[in-house]
Design a protein around this ligand. Structure first.
Ligand SMILES: [Zn+2]
Ligand SMILES: [Zn+2]
Length: 267
């Protein structure tokens, strides 16, 4: 594969169908129209920590005292085209979307200056075993792997694992979702806190970690993962997600993405 870099360069000029609307265009990613659909509304004030639109009383998702994670970078809102893309990737197993979505999230991470300083590892939220069996892949892990390669950060698949599958979040109400992930996640063996109450030894102590997931809803999963990482000595935890669920006028305004020219919105 000596000519792979040259091929990648050429590929930018080969016409292909936009995975968002089906229009043919030079290059392999989303067209300018679809990128515009995914852009965050700059007129809306967002929570600087969890990226939810702020309300008059503050952030509806951040717990009092703030969450265990330090900030969230979300590529787009879980509405309209963003929701369609995520469902095509995750539910309809459209793996060809993975590099397109990873490119988009990598751009959002750079734009948010979330690499200054860069995290020491990128960790995917561990998938439920049943989910991996049903889909054949972990959407978060695939995204994290591609993201790590694009951003030059170490991909650490097994630093966080699941103790058990826990309750499936889809179908739970908000209160149940907030409670469900508690006790589900744990760090790897080397993350055990030092005896005598000291900080964890080795690379965990003082580390900066980016936790990758496909969608952030209440933030409860990211909160649970961040808690175990911080208990292990990690100093800074970011959540890097493709989509952030939002409510209110923002999600309503974004819900009406135009269909493709042939009526086929997504492959
Ligand atoms: Zn498009
Ligand atoms: Zn918040």
């Amino acid at each position: 594969m000596r000519h792979l870099p040259a091929w990648r360069d050429w590929r930018r000029w080969i016409p292909a169908e936009c995975p968002g609307c089906g229009r043919r265009q030079p290059g392999q990613g989303l067209c300018a129209h679809c990128l515009g659909q995914l852009a965050w509304d700059r007129a809306v004030p967002y929570c600087p920590v969890c990226r939810h639109p702020l309300r008059a009383g503050g952030c509806p998702d951040c717990p009092p005292g703030g969450p265990a994670y330090d900030r969230v970078v979300a590529a787009f809102a879980y509405a309209g085209l963003g929701r369609d893309l995520l469902q095509a990737y995750k539910t309809r197993r459209c793996l060809a979307l993975a590099p397109v979505l990873a490119d988009h999230l990598a751009a959002a991470v750079r734009q948010a200056e979330a690499l200054q300083p860069p995290p020491d590892w990128i960790v995917p939220v561990p998938a439920r075993r049943q989910g991996v069996r049903a889909r054949g892949f972990s959407p978060a892990a695939e995204l994290a792997r591609l993201l790590a390669a694009r951003l030059g950060v170490v991909y650490a698949l097994d630093r966080v694992h699941r103790r058990h599958d826990g309750a499936r979040q889809a179908g739970l109400n908000r209160a149940q979702r907030l409670h469900a992930p508690q006790g589900v996640y744990a760090c790897g063996p080397s993350a055990a806190p030092a005896r005598g109450g000291g900080r964890a030894p080795g690379p965990w102590a003082g580390a900066r970690v980016a936790v990758v997931d496909d969608v952030l809803t209440t933030g409860a999963t990211l909160q649970a993962v961040a808690r175990v990482l911080k208990a292990a000595g990690v100093a800074h935890v970011q959540g890097w997600v493709l989509a952030r669920t939002v409510s209110g006028r923002f999600s309503d305004a974004r819900a009406a993405a135009p269909p493709g020219p042939d009526g086929r919105a997504l492959q």
